[in-house]
Ligand binder design. Structure first.
Ligand SMILES: [Cu+2]
Length: 605
């Protein structure tokens, strides 16, 4: 062997050692490995991963009546597992404090160590980082951080801040100029007020409509809508007012064209308003809005069949099924269907009963699938400690009076989550973070395709009341709020699984049902398994009626003559376009390894 080769090998070895040193010292991974070893009671606990829990009604049932099973992955050899537990119990009965304690004593050999370093790495758990700039305080209020976040089609995030002003943030700019003040502020306009504690949805032209609010308590002025233009960076008030002031309301963008928005709650009774984009005014419903939502942010989702589903999540004051079971008539689960332009009816589902978990301060997410069950809602967490370690998935594809909530299922990690955030990722999985009163609190990923969960990297800060998490165009997740000026950014495991696909060209605008072509540089086209549209989030108080992921149909299956051209069809879903409201979407191409591209904004018209 010549000298040069010897030198290269020495460098390789040194680099490998340095890499291992760095990885051992990566604190989140180190903590995961120590928790794994210290929690083990018997060798078997180190030999196999915990059984992943698969919920009832799993979509991949094998037909012979057996409950679906998820294979447990083998971890450490029996001999290694036995040695670790013996050593730990003898030398460190209160638990290992550093992985070096078993590495340096030879209890854990290098190959087993390598295995653990891989198994607990960010490839499977993802990674949290703190954004370089803290959120500045600029408004009249005295709290740090943000309460509301909306993902604008310009790539910037609009915050409504805890200090009662509004602020733009560019997640791609790590310099102090990342924060930018809008041209004007609603609370400084004549007759204006803080947008804090209102609600918001995107209009068909990409503007954000913010309704009600008024600050840290009821405000009689908060009867208006304020629209934010992401290009002009400017707020303007709607031409007409709502029927009354609203604090903690919920807004839902309806799929009609040119565009209407339903506004519910925010006061003590059932009165709902409909905002009309063309007239720029609100009209109260003339009949059918009989369901009381006292002071809640009721979880509401527009379903593809045009009805609005009430998920039973919500806030204090409870009632309307959002609170603890009381047997009262407003515990009733239901959905709202229109019967005319300004009329509709609430339809009861699910008998009232003590089986209903209290979802006050929980969060709900709409799940769409290309195979049955097509439309589901995930509901999780809540304020009640006897049920807030549970979640439910309800099939809402076709609703009838007999549609019922399943039994609440426990989170596999046993955590109790009050005020958790749930973010739909482009790959269709749901990332759960926050809502646990502890720094380095466990996060989790829900996989709707298998109804299973995986543990994710712990969230460094406590994020609870007035916290908000939101999907960014980079495929990362922002977490902020809870009297905390920092922004944390989560990179999901998919960002560590392989190269990111690239969308090199795509139309800026497509019509509902239209065929269109997305280009990728070779050889990307062959490895792309799906392309999705993601409705940008506009979230506050664990309430977002907007987020959904739509997998696009192929207009032609993979075209082998032109592997870089993906021929797709924009969603249609009939009129009104409840499956995909007119507006701006983030389009992601996803590889066979589950890795998403960066988002490309597309206008669905
Ligand atoms: Cu609040």
């Amino acid at each position: 062997m010549d000298q040069l080769q010897t030198k290269v090998r020495q460098v390789d070895k040194r680099q490998a050692e340095a890499k291992m040193r760095d990885e051992i010292l990566d604190p989140p991974m180190h903590r995961r490995i120590l928790n794994f070893i210290n929690a083990a009671v018997q060798p078997e606990d180190l030999m196999f991963e915990k059984v992943a829990v698969v919920g009832e009604g799993d979509i991949h049932e094998d037909g012979d009546g057996e409950a679906p099973r998820v294979q447990r992955k083998k971890l450490l050899e029996p001999e290694v597992a036995r040695k670790i537990i013996e050593f730990r119990d003898r030398e460190f009965p209160l638990g290992l404090r550093n992985i070096k304690e078993i590495v340096n004593t030879g209890v854990l050999d290098p190959s087993a160590l390598n295995f653990l370093l891989h198994y607990f790495s960010r490839i499977f758990f993802g990674e949290w980082q703190v954004f370089s700039q803290p959120i500045p305080r600029r408004g009249p209020g005295s709290y740090d951080g943000i309460v509301h976040a909306a993902m604008l089609r310009t790539g910037k995030v609009l915050f409504i801040t805890a200090d009662e002003t509004t602020l733009l943030w560019n997640p791609e700019d790590a310099s102090p100029s990342t924060f930018e003040d809008p041209v004007n502020q609603p609370h400084l306009m004549p007759g204006g007020y803080s947008q804090l504690c209102g609600h918001h949805v995107f209009l068909s032209d990409g503007k954000l409509l913010s309704v009600g609010g008024g600050g840290y308590g009821h405000n009689a002025l908060a009867r208006w809508g304020y629209k934010f233009d992401p290009v002009a960076k400017s707020w303007s008030r709607t031409a007409g007012a709502m029927s009354e002031s609203r604090w903690y309301p919920t807004a839902v963008a309806l799929g009609d064209e040119p565009g209407r928005v339903l506004v519910a709650c925010g006061h003590g009774h059932g009165q709902m308003d409909i905002y009309d984009e063309t007239a720029d005014t609100f009209t109260p419903l003339s009949s059918g809005d009989t369901k009381p939502f006292p002071y809640l942010y009721p979880g509401m989702h527009l379903l593809p069949n045009h009805v609005i589903f009430y998920s039973r999540t919500g806030w204090g004051g409870a009632g309307a099924g959002g609170g603890p079971y009381s047997g009262a008539s407003d515990d009733q689960s239901s959905y709202f269907s229109s019967t005319g332009t300004h009329t509709g009816v609430w339809n009861d589902i699910a008998p009232i009963g003590p089986h209903l978990a209290d979802r006050t301060k929980g969060m709900s997410v709409l799940l769409l699938s290309k195979h049955s069950p097509y439309v589901r809602v995930l509901v999780l967490g809540g304020a009640d400690p006897s049920t807030n370690h549970t979640y439910e998935v309800i099939d809402v594809t076709s609703l009838s009076p007999a549609t019922d909530w399943g039994p609440p299922l426990a989170f596999p990690d046993g955590q109790h989550r009050s005020l958790p955030s749930a973010v739909l990722l482009p790959d269709g999985n749901v990332f759960i973070c926050g809502g646990v009163q502890q720094a380095n609190s466990p996060c989790a990923m829900f996989h709707p395709e298998t109804n299973s969960w995986s543990p994710m990297s712990a969230l460094p800060s406590i994020r609870d009341y007035h916290s908000a998490a939101l999907l960014l165009p980079s495929g990362r997740v922002m977490m902020a709020g809870w009297h905390n000026a920092s922004i944390e950014i989560y990179s999901p495991p998919y960002l560590f699984k392989g190269p990111r696909p690239v969308i090199s060209s795509a139309p800026a605008l497509v019509h509902h049902g239209q065929e269109f072509v997305v280009e990728t540089p070779p050889p990307d086209g062959k490895s792309i398994v799906k392309v999705v549209l993601v409705r940008p989030m506009a979230v506050t108080h664990q309430t977002d009626s907007e987020q959904k992921v739509l997998e696009l149909d192929w207009a032609h299956n993979h075209d082998h003559a032109h592997p870089k051209k993906l021929r797709l069809r924009a969603p249609h879903g009939g009129h009104p376009h409840s499956i995909a409201q007119r507006g701006y979407y983030m389009m992601f191409a996803i590889s066979d390894k589950g890795v998403p591209s960066m988002a490309r904004w597309i206008y669905l018209h």
